[in-house]
Design a protein around this ligand. Structure first.
Ligand code: AMP
Length: 292
């Protein structure tokens, strides 16, 4: 199947980030923001989400810079979703300091999808009920990919499992996969997830790379060489944006897609927040060539 574009629903956020070396507050972030920026290097993107009236002009400027379609971006009275994260010396672990849903709390959008297009719908990390709401409105031919996080696995597992029944491809990290399925190994977790619904899974393994698993294929890659990590926030969303963007631009070659995903994740972690990213397909290609 050929796809024309990607719709991305998820958080659009103002993040407070602390790392061992740096920190910042009210930085542009959010799962849909990171996913959209990186997918836009490959394909037309339409972002689906909501911001409050405190959302800075700089944020709108970023969407404009990457030509991200904002027809499905709602602006409401109230606070933009905000999140605080603190990374430890080992960047593979972080603590969530706070999560304020703000205008997301009452967000039930009517989404403008185009029935004439073959598109990918990416359900970036957000409440599973909102992911389900987007699934319910999207044309049945769309390819659906999803991501999630421990908060929803711990608090909204039933709703999340319902979402997974409609999903073609799931992005998930190792810990999330074992905790969602109640298993001890990644292989067992992957088998259980494939039974629930997705045809394929990408397991993100932090500084160890990523593995794609479907019923008949497995494909693993390591990480980009020579990168210094500034802020790991958004790596997972950037990975998904690059991977799915590549499926649209280059077709269903998983080895290529997983390498583009790894390269886009690498670029995301090289900068604090999303507002200072300055990415191009050339930068992505260069980084892709450093992957072992
Ligand atoms: P990642 O590092 O790929 O997990 O993505 C980090 C982004 O996810 C940050 O920019 C946050 O604003 C956003 N985020 C954190 N917690 C949540 C949540 N509960 N729902 C949606 N987005 C979130």
């Amino acid at each position: 199947m050929d796809y024309d574009k990607i719709y991305i629903v998820g958080s659009i956020a103002l993040d407070d980030i602390e790392t061992p070396d740096t920190s910042g507050s009210r930085l542009l972030g959010g799962s849909a923001t990171y996913g959209s920026i990186f997918a836009s290097a490959f394909t037309p993107v339409s972002i689906i989400g909501i911001v409050g009236d405190d959302f800075p002009q700089q944020g709108y400027d970023v969407f404009k810079k990457y030509d991200i379609n904002t027809n499905n971006l709602e602006i409401a009275k109230g606070s933009t979703f905000s999140w605080g994260g603190k990374y430890h010396q080992d960047f593979n672990f972080r603590d969530t300091l706070f999560t304020n849903l703000g205008v997301f709390e009452t967000y039930h959008p009517t989404i403008e999808f185009n029935n004439q297009e073959n598109a990918i719908l990416f359900l970036a990390n957000i409440h599973p009920l909102l992911q389900q709401h987007a699934i319910n409105q999207c044309p049945s031919e769309y390819f659906i990919a999803a991501d999630t996080m421990n908060l929803w696995i711990d608090n909204n597992k039933k709703e999340l499992i319902n979402v997974l029944k409609h999903v073609n491809l799931l992005f998930i990290n190792e810990e999330e996969a074992t905790s969602l399925t109640g298993t001890n190994t990644v292989d067992d977790a992957a088998n259980k997830l494939l039974e629930i619904g997705p045809d394929s899974i990408v397991i993100k393994r932090g500084s160890y790379g990523a593995t794609y698993i479907s019923k008949d294929t497995t494909c693993s890659v390591g990480i980009c060489e020579g990168l210094s990590v500034v802020d790991p926030t958004g790596a997972g969303d950037a990975f998904a944006g690059g991977f799915l963007g590549s499926l649209i631009k280059n077709g269903p070659d998983i080895d290529i897609a997983i390498r583009y995903g790894t390269a886009t994740a690498g670029l995301a972690i090289s900068s604090l927040g999303a507002q200072n990213l300055d990415i191009s397909i050339n930068d992505i290609e260069q980084l892709k060539n450093t992957i072992k």
